[in-house]
Design a binder for this molecule. Sequence first.
Ligand code: MN
Ligand code: MN
Length: 465
Amino acid sequence: MENKIPAAELEAKLGYKKTNFYEKADEATIAAAYDYAKGYMAYLDAAKTEREAVTVSIEMAEKEDYVPYTFGMKLTAGGKYYYNNRGRNLYLFRIGSESINNGIRIVASHVDVPRIDLKQSPLYEEGGMAFFKTHYYGGIRKYQWVTIPLALHGVVVKQDGEVVNVCIGEDPTDPVIYINDLLPHLAQDQSQKPLGKAIPAESLNLLVGTRPYPGAESNAIRLNVLALLNEKYGITEEDFLSADLSAVPAAKARDVGLDRSLIGAYGHDDRVCAYPSLTALFGTDDGVHTAMAILADKEEIGSEGNTGMQTELLTDLISEITTALGGNFATVKANSKCLSSDVTACFDPNFAEVYERRNSSLINCGVAMSKYTGHGGKSGTNDAPAEFVAWIRKIMAEYGVIWQAGELGKTDQGGGGTVAKFIAKHNIETVDLGVPVIAMHAPYEIISKADLYTAHQAFEAFFKA
Ligand code: MN
Ligand code: MN
């Protein structure tokens, strides 16, 4: 065969390689990405729990003229609504100008984050110290949660229904709480244990005080903590029985790297997708398609409960929207499209052995599509069909979005799931698209500003295209 085309030209024509944001983006786009990150970082600091994320997101939506939705409400084209599900799960939707039978464009992320929850009877005293007993939430690596400043967030609901908001440790003048660890001098036995066993769950106790209540004969430190809580929040020990209280890292979002290209924060997973889904929705007001952003709860524990993505609320809302606009329920679902927007693992050269380099998400190469997640032989995944992936490719190309494909890690190394399968089961075309994260589920995770910005661009393209 006569070799007519030079190899480099042929490679460019036939080959595929990922695009690094910084190789392609102009200065203005890079500046836009860095600027966009500021709003995201403020969102992170204001919203460390799903309840706070819902509250802050509603504030953002109301500024964009979104109004509360109630079942049975009349809906009009161009109308913007939000449904607040129990303060922990939010659906925002905007009615498009086309027929509802063309389906809804859905971006679904989650706003719950792995954390350290308080047990129902948490407070006790031992060895001159008062502690809260805890029960961890989600897939944490327990050894990462000791010896770091923690803040207490959540609500206590009194028997009469009064909701008391608790937040200690975020204001610079606040105290923080803490989980003890062993000093290396006495850790010979502990150091021999596997990482997963070195810090047992029942040793994740929160140090909350050491000072006795004057005159108390026993449990004086415990009593003093109760007195302080009563003084500040008007609560008693029994009120802990009906509370959602969590210890979360007290640290704020910060620029990371000398070039400030990264963001370190608690809970990028998955607010790094939730925030762009909001800005993309708000940026496409004049949309032809009906669009929806979902901020789900309980993803980290299997999307359970009536605020998790397994609830039938999604189909209830689609049914209500369809009825209000005179469409057909089955048709609307069949024509709907969903980006399950959750984070994926970013290739980390420090732990290269768990990644399959050719199919991992690389830093700064854009928002990452995972055609499938799950574990083992694709167990427990919605494996998105090639037809839908091709359509995503098309719109990303049309809108000039830098994106990449990426699996979590090596096959059989581990695995994970997202809300994708819980949405796809309603006959909605669904694929995972989210931002790569370094040290996912750690108290302080890392993402790239470039990848964050491409998530916003990708969701905007998805709502518009
Ligand atoms: Mn996630
Ligand atoms: Mn997660």
